[in-house]
Design a protein around this ligand. Structure first.
Ligand SMILES: [Zn+2]
Length: 341
């Protein structure tokens, strides 16, 4: 399933360059891959790699069977300037911007002053083509209001065509309980809505964020409660995966699915995270991509997901933004369609 070709991510500073690439392919006798590229990335919170590998996750396995699964890392360069806490919002923003915390400036879940000069993926997609459709489904509202800074002029204004979030602030509908049952219910609601919306509308780029596994990790650490929460998370993702499969059957669309987590957990109990131990820095990526290059199996990082999504979506990135990326694509540019027999 892996290609042996040289890893390459073509940075395309202008749309003209994209058109040129297409023209060159046509001149060379190729027809460009015709299906419309679509992408959804799903972040399931705080699942250590050793647990996702040992616990029953039939849907993750099914998705990775078409593409691949790899251990990866978060936390920047250990001991270097880009070293970043293995804390949730820090990791999310490294995924969203393709940069470490010394650039995006989110060092805690407080998200006091993100540096919006490091563009997030939705801003990049919209600057490339405002007609591309975007959606967010999230158990944590701050992802939209603070990290993405949706609607803020300094963060690129309106970037999301649809969002479904904020339920954790509705204590009438979801009374807060210490066992975090309300978060389990919100994850259920959010993943069902993501599955419905993707099936009906097929947005070009979507982010799904689900939280319950991290809460259970903090409460119980490693053990049967965490294992059950991971299997439940797998089922949440599974309903989104079924929608993607239905779209691929019914429409001329080429879907990329990327699933990841934002940090591991401490080795002693599994209850905490934030430090620089191997288990806290180790994450994982599962994807259905059939265009993985060798970087995928050579310890990719969370910052590699953004360039990979952009490669699949064929989004041109302003050079001033792309030259700040700390990651590189683990996916090759989409291949020309096979000649018809
Ligand atoms: Zn987290």
């Amino acid at each position: 399933m892996r290609k042996t070709s040289i890893s390459r991510w073509i940075i395309r500073p202008t749309q003209r360059a994209v058109h040129l690439t297409g023209a060159l392919l046509l001149l060379a006798g190729w027809s460009v891959h015709g299906a419309t590229p679509k992408a959804v990335f799903i972040l399931v919170d705080g699942i250590p790699a050793d647990l996702v590998e040992s616990v029953s996750t039939p849907f993750f396995d099914e998705i990775a069977k078409d593409g691949g699964y790899a251990r990866a890392y978060v936390g920047g360069q250990a001991g270097g300037a880009s070293e970043s806490p293995t804390v949730s919002a820090v990791g999310y923003n490294s995924l969203l911007t393709g940069t470490w915390a010394n650039k995006h400036r989110v060092y805690s879940n407080q998200i006091r002053s993100p540096d919006y000069r490091y563009w997030d993926i939705f801003r990049l997609v919209k600057q490339h083509n405002p007609d591309l459709s975007t959606a967010l489904f999230s158990t944590w509202e701050d992802n939209r209001t603070k990290l993405l800074g949706h609607s803020r002029p300094e963060a690129g204004g309106d970037k999301l065509d649809y969002y479904f979030d904020g339920f954790e602030n509705d204590e009438q509908r979801f009374p807060h309980d210490e066992a975090r049952e309300y978060i389990r219910q919100i994850d259920d609601l959010v993943s069902r809505e993501a599955a419905r919306y993707l099936a009906e509308h097929g947005p070009d780029l979507s982010w799904v964020y689900l939280e319950f596994t991290d809460d259970i990790g903090h409460l119980y650490g490693d053990g049967e409660e965490m294992a059950a929460a991971i299997t439940l998370m797998d089922a949440n993702v599974g309903r989104i995966w079924r929608s993607v499969q239905a779209r691929q059957q019914a429409e001329d669309e080429d879907w990329l699915v990327v699933i990841t987590t934002d940090h591991g957990r401490d080795a002693q109990t599994g209850k905490s995270h934030g430090g620089q131990s191997d288990r806290e820095r180790t994450i994982w990526i599962a994807t259905n991509s059939d265009a993985l290059n060798e970087h995928f199996s050579n310890l990719p990082a969370i910052v590699d997901i953004l360039p990979s999504l952009l490669t699949h979506l064929e989004v041109a990135v302003p050079q001033a933004v792309s030259e700040q990326f700390d990651g590189k694509s683990f996916i090759d540019a989409r291949r020309p369609r096979e000649p018809r027999p």
